[in-house]
Ligand binder design. Sequence first.
Ligand SMILES: Cc1cc2nc3c(=O)[nH]c(=O)nc-3n(C[C@H](O)[C@H](O)[C@H](O)COP(=O)(O)OP(=O)(O)OC[C@H]3O[C@@H](n4cnc5c(N)ncnc54)[C@H](O)[C@@H]3O)c2cc1C
Length: 308
Amino acid sequence: MEAYIMGSDQRIVRCARVSFGKDDKVDMDRDKKLIKYLFQHRHASPFEHVIVAFEGDKKDWIDLIQKVQSPVFQVYWAGGYVWLNLRNFINAFEHIPRAVKQKVRELLPTTYAVIKGETPTDYSTDSSYVSQKVETSSGWIGLVDKLELGTLMDYYTFVVECPLFVARQWHRHRFGSFNEVSRRYVSYEPTFYIPSYLRKQSDKNKQASTDEKIDEPWNSLFMKKIKWYIEDLRTLYENMIEKGVAKELARGILPQFMHTRFYWTVPRISLDNFISLRTHEGAQKEIREFAEAIISMVGYKNSATFRL
Ligand SMILES: Cc1cc2nc3c(=O)[nH]c(=O)nc-3n(C[C@H](O)[C@H](O)[C@H](O)COP(=O)(O)OP(=O)(O)OC[C@H]3O[C@@H](n4cnc5c(N)ncnc54)[C@H](O)[C@@H]3O)c2cc1C
């Protein structure tokens, strides 16, 4: 039986450490301890960024659902493969075929040892931080990994840096997994998106904009004010942190132009749904640019066949 894995021990650590803005650091001893900590304390969302696919028919899929007596267990079947993420793999552990477990043991030795209650020895890392990166006007997106078997459930992991309001729109796409930097933890200097000019409100679509610049002198005047307020708020934030204000409160004054960073692991069917909705002219320009960047990296397959 063929089994395919997307991810590594380090992937779980990266998706956990993005909370602290330290997803690019490798420290094998600490990483192994972190995986154990995450597992033991049920901080399970970083495990969702590792994907397992194994050959199986519909019966294998239904059997698995029936065997795992949890109303929130998620497993999928597409293209002759049973698909699940590592969080669900852990919940289904005793029902997973031996060959699949063996593959997980080989490719994620620390994580497998932790699941089994053993002491980890080996540790697997990602080959690079991102394999492709595209800059947009408001941030950047990097392709971390992909698992393509030509099915609706082919999987992709991206790391995204974008303004808060773009992330808010992005996170409405619920079919997929997210882990994001937390300003409750980090106090490093925030960065901000500053548009090159201020676009006009569309008069055809209540929520959209045009590419046209607003009239002068207003564009220059407002742009100057935006930059001034952002600098002023950045200074206020830093002063509050210096004087001991809790990060979770001080962050409240940081504006929506602030950048955030998150990992997104998403199946093709949901990725195509994102692309079709977010390349539409009614979508916000900044998120449209990200959707176009995704197409340039992994294409669009029009696989979102659900009607709604
Ligand atoms: C131009 C634009 C404007 C928008 N404006 C707003 C707005 O003003 N306010 C706002 O709140 N959102 C807004 N949204 C977000 C929008 O309502 C969706 O939440 C978002 O586009 C994600 O789409 P989705 O639900 O298809 O994707 P996902 O959440 O990824 O879901 C994928 C698919 O899974 C199925 N699904 C997922 N969850 C459920 C569920 N609970 N029940 C049934 N089926 C489910 C559906 O078939 C869905 O298409 C806007 C989106 C766009 C593109």
